[in-house]
Design a protein around this ligand. Structure first.
Ligand code: GLU
Length: 311
């Protein structure tokens, strides 16, 4: 195993983070994003944190395995690993702060009703049509009664006052994207990812969010939420996804795609890091520390990484 040399404690404000959902082992695409998140934080001398996003989709033991794999790759992190499920009080306080400004409303729609509702004029595809935004008190009573029958709580939504917001992305540049009445707390009582991520990133001083580019379209919503909560809006660096040779998102079904699988096939950690280095146009990088030294964001390949492994 390769461990990078001890790094000085960052004395620069700001932090980066990697925030995996513990739904299974990390695949090569996840490991590449994690390495880049670490490299971008450390090259600026900033702190780097890990957060386990365990509000949902938890597989027993997956978080521990993910952390072991990241350490095996040579990543180090500052402070304790944050578990999102332990941040309930901060999430609730953020919802209360928005509610106090009348920026929250109850939504009684089922998923199906939302899908079937005609969308508002000019609304981006998939945006909430606003069905419950301006209900009368009587209609709200009826909605609550219906929720009781369904044994659900009403979801809580943001009463958005803009329909788009701008973010800065290291590779995508200035991105303006849709903001709608996003869910803050779901009907099953679980805090929504979009709220939790904003509150939790701010709490650890994250000033650059590095993650897969499937989340680029969520960034304007999240940055707007940060703005409404009076939190600093981070910059972003969305990393192109890893795809299989058929052009689909890399996944378990693609075979030996995790660090443990690669090792079981006889590869060393250094060879796995070298694969990732190759994908970044940095042949010959065999450790995280080497990538830290050599990586130049300006040379980042913008196309998805096609992962074509020997059978
Ligand atoms: N937990 C999310 C994932 O594993 C990432 C969220 C984020 O980085 O903002 O896809």
């Amino acid at each position: 195993m390769n461990h990078c040399p001890a790094l000085p404690v960052p004395d620069v404000a700001g932090a980066g983070r990697y925030a995996p959902s513990p739904s299974g082992d990390l695949h090569l695409g996840n490991l590449r994003t994690a390495l880049l998140a670490w490299v971008l934080a450390r090259r600026g001398g900033r702190a780097f944190h890990l957060r386990v996003e365990d509000l949902d989709r938890v597989q027993e033991g997956a978080a521990e395995r993910q952390l072991e794999d990241l350490a095996a790759l040579g990543l180090d992190w500052d402070g304790e690993v944050v578990h999102q499920s332990e941040r309930g009080a901060a999430h609730a306080a953020a919802i209360e702060a928005l509610r106090a400004r009348d920026l929250v409303y109850e939504c009684y729609c089922t998923r199906r009703e939302i899908l079937e509702a005609p969308s508002a004029p000019h609304a981006p595809p998939g945006a909430y049509p606003g069905t419950c935004r301006n209900l009368s008190p009587t209609a709200r009573e009826a909605g609550r009664a219906r929720m009781q029958e369904l044994r659900r709580e009403p979801a809580l939504r943001l009463r958005a006052e803009v329909d788009s917001w701008e973010v800065q992305d290291l590779w995508a540049g200035t991105v303006r994207g849709a903001v709608d009445d996003l869910v803050l707390r779901r009907g099953d009582g679980v805090v929504a990812y979009n709220l939790a991520v904003v509150v939790d990133d701010a709490a650890i001083g994250v000033d650059e969010v590095v993650r897969g580019d499937d989340l680029l379209s969520s960034a304007p919503r999240q940055a707007h939420l940060a703005h409404l909560l009076g939190l600093a809006e981070p910059a972003y660096a969305h990393v192109p996804l890893a795809l299989n040779p058929a052009g689909m998102r890399l996944a378990k079904r693609d075979g030996a795609v995790t660090l443990r699988h690669r090792i079981a096939r006889g590869e060393s950690v250094a060879q796995v890091v070298a694969r990732i280095g190759d994908s970044l146009g940095l042949p010959g990088c065999r450790t995280a520390a080497h990538l830290l030294n050599d990586f130049d964001p300006a040379s980042m390949p913008r196309a998805p990484w096609i992962v074509d492994l020997p059978a």
